[in-house]
Write a protein that binds this ligand. Structure first.
Ligand code: JFZ
Length: 424
């Protein structure tokens, strides 16, 4: 086995980048009502088939995707090579349930990897452990036919070992045929949850992880194989809280000092969901990003492209909005992380080296009191225009300063303009 570098070395790019693009794309984009549509609506293979038969993303241009993501400030890319429905975007030799067998007729992963690499992105593969299409995948509580007694009876003899061989074979293809791959994102394990529950035993996770590290020794692997976390190459390298802003530094909850990544949607769905109007405004996405970095994490923000292979205009607008903020505030995000200083209410700190960035989520009236910073700040300015921010020097002889007397020792008080700069 090749030599595996320490987690700290392997994850240095990941924790510096801080912001990545997640893409959920498959034939469910044609249904346009969530990537779980087949399970939610209990669709049979036959009812789901039209989305495969008509899959033809004629406008797909990964160079454009990479451009939009780069301008949003993202620096790594994770693509669903296969989701729970079993459909593969890559040209696997182990199945015909793939883009190359649709009217589109060719591999989608190669061109994406190439475009994103060329633009400067790190590249990661999402791969679903769950597979509702494979003939040997035993029906379980998530399966579309979970309530169909006849179907369950007819499929009783399914052999999960044969399925695991297939999954291992596909991961080998992915990590062999597309050059350097920086990250593997497996999804997901549910041992102990209902009938035919699956986890590290069924996936043969330990063996799978060893193969990934053998094929791509520098790779980062997420925590959904059901193995341990952060205890060397036999365990996961990072954790993946999903659709939640962790209340504190996530490691406090994961119980292990590993990198972590909050995965977030633009409108509550991962796959293209045409009529779901729950779009987060760009300002909220920015607050989520800086909140995440202030807690030492990454944000992986998802786009669900359309059946024609484009980012929906609503998704493009969201990315552009975040990008405008990132253009002006990148130094507070890239290469930045948690600070040991404690910010005032409605504020967050991020820190990069000896630069402390104060993010004000709710604009106060004039004064902001920063605990523990008196005498420690050489100069204060806004980041978006580098204009100076004045501090209030406490003067006991000034009667207007009486109110400052009550502040704890070591407090630095800033004097802000009445109106917040319009930079969001
Ligand atoms: C999973 C997928 O099911 C989903 O479609 C998407 O790909 C997301 C990024 O990952 O979502 C999960 C996985 C596991 C749990 C919940 C959502 N879980 O164990 O509760």
């Amino acid at each position: 086995m090749s030599e595996i570098a320490s987690l700290e070395e392997r994850s240095a790019w990941f924790t510096a980048d801080r912001f990545g693009l997640f893409v959920h794309w498959g034939v469910y984009a044609a249904a346009a009502r969530h990537e779980w549509v087949r399970a939610r609506e209990k669709l049979t293979e036959e009812q789901y088939e039209p989305y495969f038969e008509h899959f033809d993303p004629d406008l797909h241009d990964p160079v454009k995707w990479a451009e939009d993501a780069w301008n949003a400030g993202m620096r790594y890319f994770v693509i669903t090579t296969k989701h729970h429905d079993g459909f593969c975007l890559f040209d696997s030799e182990l199945t015909d349930y793939k883009a190359a067998s649709t009217p589109y007729g060719r591999d989608l992963i190669g061109p994406m990897v190439e475009a994103f690499r060329a633009r400067g992105f790190k590249v990661g593969f999402y791969y679903s452990l769950i597979d509702w299409h494979h003939p040997e995948f035993p029906v379980d509580l998530y399966h579309p036919q979970r309530d169909d007694a006849d179907y369950i009876k007819a499929t009783e003899g399914r052999d999960v070992t044969a399925y695991a061989d297939y999954l291992h074979g596909q991961v080998r293809e992915l990590l062999t045929n597309y050059g350097r791959i920086d990250l593997m994102w497996f999804d997901f394990s549910y041992e102990g949850r209902g009938f035919n529950a699956k986890g590290p035993k069924e996936w043969r996770s330990a063996e799978l992880m060893a193969m990934c590290r053998e094929l791509q020794p520098h790779i980062l692997i997420n925590n959904r194989l059901g193995l341990g976390i952060g205890q060397g190459p036999d365990t996961a390298d990072f954790t993946t809280p999903e659709q939640v802003q962790p209340p504190g530094h996530e490691n406090e909850f994961a119980g292990s000092a590993v990198p972590w990544e909050a995965c977030q949607t633009l409108n509550g769905s991962w796959g293209y969901d045409r009529d779901n109007l729950d779009w987060k405004p760009p300002g909220m996405l920015v607050r989520m990003l800086l909140d995440t970095v202030s807690k030492g994490g990454n944000m992986l923000l998802n786009v669900g492209p359309t059946g024609r292979g484009e980012f929906d205009p609503r998704a493009r607008d969201a990315l552009a909005g975040v990008g405008e903020w990132m253009r002006l505030h990148e130094p507070a995000i890239r290469g930045a992380g948690r600070s040991s200083f404690v910010p005032p209410a409605d504020c967050r700190y991020t820190q990069r080296g000896n630069r402390l960035y104060l993010h004000i989520l709710s604009w106060p009236m004039k004064h902001l009191h920063l605990a523990g910073l008196a005498g420690k700040v050489a100069y204060a300015r806004f980041l978006h225009d580098h204009s100076e921010v004045k501090r209030v020097e406490y003067n006991p002889a000034n009667p207007f300063h009486n109110h400052l007397k009550g502040l704890p020792e070591g407090t630095l008080t800033l004097s802000l303009p009445t109106v917040a700069p319009a930079v969001e």
